[in-house]
Design a protein around this ligand. Structure first.
Ligand SMILES: O=P(O)(O)OC[C@H]1O[C@H](O[C@H]2O[C@H](CO)[C@@H](O)[C@H](O)[C@H]2O)[C@H](O)[C@@H](O)[C@@H]1O
Ligand SMILES: O=c1ccn([C@@H]2O[C@H](COP(=O)(O)OP(=O)(O)O)[C@@H](O)[C@H]2O)c(=O)[nH]1
Length: 456
């Protein structure tokens, strides 16, 4: 059997904690098959990029590379997170157009390719992840790598008119044609990519998922919605209820219902809009005042990037403002926490909650939505309020779907979740859970890798 080699900027190196769906999902996928996981070490070397680290843990070998401060600033904070991230989340207004950071992006991709190429065997299956590493396949091919190379985009593929705003769009997206298979989270993302190839790449869509570039190169693309280790989350949530941290949260609620949000502190997650919608809920539904506590867990993410720092200040103000306007001596409406919690605790928090708030403005998938559902008590499940702009909404359409920009709509959905009968809650939960049990992280990995192996 061929070896699986996963390549991603973020690697869940044992002992390093960081929130993020890519690392959580790939850790589960690799634990099942074993293999090599290659990417950034999470460390800055004051001198230069390139120092390698190797760790063997269980059946996974982690090989990671340190980056210099300059490369980290320009490639990760810069082109990846100030140019591609906002562009791919439809936020052209936030895109930093910058040739210096683009050069660093290409330099770090070339460094990763140069370090990885000598470790590869002809029968490996190499699976490259996300927008940080789009040029990898072309660079590996130039170094003589001949094994199958797949790519998976974890974030949305925006409409082609937006992509075309990037000065380097042709060179960047043409690089995708060196992969044998390009995976997207949803059919909508795939359709928008096909539009881009046709309208701006001057290529052809031969049939759905089969494309030809303007240079006559054939490529395959498909939708492979990522998922979670459903059975594991179910068991973890059931076991978490007895844990001290989870019990303390339960006691602190004094019989009130809990609403929960769990998101990296990122502008794509729609947190200011969610806070405002919660304030609106308190005004529009006064009978629920004092009966619901909203806990927002928001670990700091990409904290060196200006837009993320601005978001943090905005949320501190907003939470203070809502609490100032609505709190009672014995009730604080919003609990806002910038800490990262491990899954054994987080799943217990989900299970305590009557309402799960997942309202991104754009999100590739959003694994929190799936985890929230899997963590519920089947006898008394909570209700998921889910943005239609999360990839997860395609599958979890039995959630209360909302438009995150429509604050009154989100406010009313929170009220509807609190008022929903047990029968309806069970019915909706069952529908979503049936899907998550069959389409879990194992199914995602198998479907993608089967398509990558298949040379048609
Ligand atoms: O690595 P970071 O810069 O700390 O950011 C964390 C990850 O954020 C993004 O996650 C995406 O992948 C999830 C799993 O497929 C998906 O559910 C979510 O919608 C995406 O936002 C990013 O794409 C990853 O590369 C980061 O590691
Ligand atoms: O304190 C936290 C906050 C988040 N997460 C995990 O980080 C992932 C977030 O993935 P998602 O797809 O929702 O969004 P992303 O952060 O990747 O954009 C989920 O597995 C969360 O359980 C975590 O472990 N601890």
């Amino acid at each position: 059997m061929s070896r699986l080699v996963v390549v991603s900027n973020r690697v869940a190196v044992p002992g390093l904690s960081s929130a993020g769906g890519l690392a959580v999902a790939l850790q589960s996928a690799l634990e099942e098959t074993g293999g090599l996981w290659f990417g950034w070490s999470g460390k800055i070397d004051p001198e230069a990029s390139g120092r390698l680290h190797e760790i063997d843990a269980g059946n996974i070998r982690y090989v990671t590379v340190d980056l210099s401060k300059r490369d980290h600033d320009d490639y990760y904070n810069g082109f990846a997170n100030r140019t591609l991230w906002p562009l791919l989340h439809f936020r052209v207004d936030l895109v930093d157009y910058n040739r210096v950071t683009y050069a660093a992006y290409r330099r770090v991709n070339a460094l990763f390719a140069e370090k990885l190429a000598p470790m590869l065997r002809d029968d490996d299956l190499v699976w490259v992840h996300d927008y940080h590493l789009i040029p990898m396949a072309k660079l590996l091919r130039e170094l003589g790598v001949s094994c199958r190379l797949g790519f998976f985009l974890h974030v949305p593929m925006p409409s082609s008119d937006l992509l075309a705003a990037l000065p380097q769009h042709e060179r960047l997206f043409e690089g995708l044609s060196s992969y044998d298979l390009i995976g997207f989270q949803t059919e909508r993302d795939l359709e928008r990519f096909q539009d881009y190839v046709r309208l701006f790449g001057r290529g052809k869509v031969i049939s759905h998922g089969h494309l030809e570039t303007r240079k006559g190169v054939r490529l395959r693309a498909g939708a492979f919605p990522i998922s979670i280790d459903t059975g594991h989350i179910e068991a973890q949530a059931a076991a978490a209820v007895g844990k001290p941290g989870v019990k303390r949260l339960a006691t602190s609620l004094s019989g009130r219902a809990l609403g929960i949000g769990v998101d990296r502190l990122d502008y794509s997650k729609g947190l200011p809009e969610r806070f405002r919608a919660f304030g609106r809920f308190l005004k529009r539904h006064p009978t629920h005042r004092g009966k619901l506590t909203y806990l927002q867990i928001a670990p700091v993410s990409r904290g060196e990037v200006l837009e993320y720092q601005n978001l943090r200040s905005e949320l501190e103000q907003l939470s203070g403002h809502i609490n100032g306007a609505h709190a009672e001596p014995d009730w604080t409406p919003v609990r806002y926490v910038n800490r990262n919690y491990p899954h054994p605790t987080l799943t217990g928090f989900y299970r305590l909650a009557r309402v799960g708030l997942v309202t991104p403005l754009r999100d590739g998938m959003n694994l929190v939505a799936k985890e929230f559902v899997a963590a519920q008590d089947p006898a008394d499940p909570g209700v998921l309020v889910l943005s239609t702009f999360a990839g997860a909404a395609r599958e979890l359409d039995a959630a209360l779907l909302v438009n995150p920009y429509d604050l009154d709509g989100v406010a009313d959905a929170i009220a509807a979740a609190l008022e929903m009968s047990l029968e309806e809650r069970r019915e909706r939960w069952q529908t979503m859970m049936t899907l998550l049990r069959t389409h879990d992280i194992t199914a995602w990995r198998k479907e993608y890798l089967a398509a990558l192996r298949d040379p048609v």
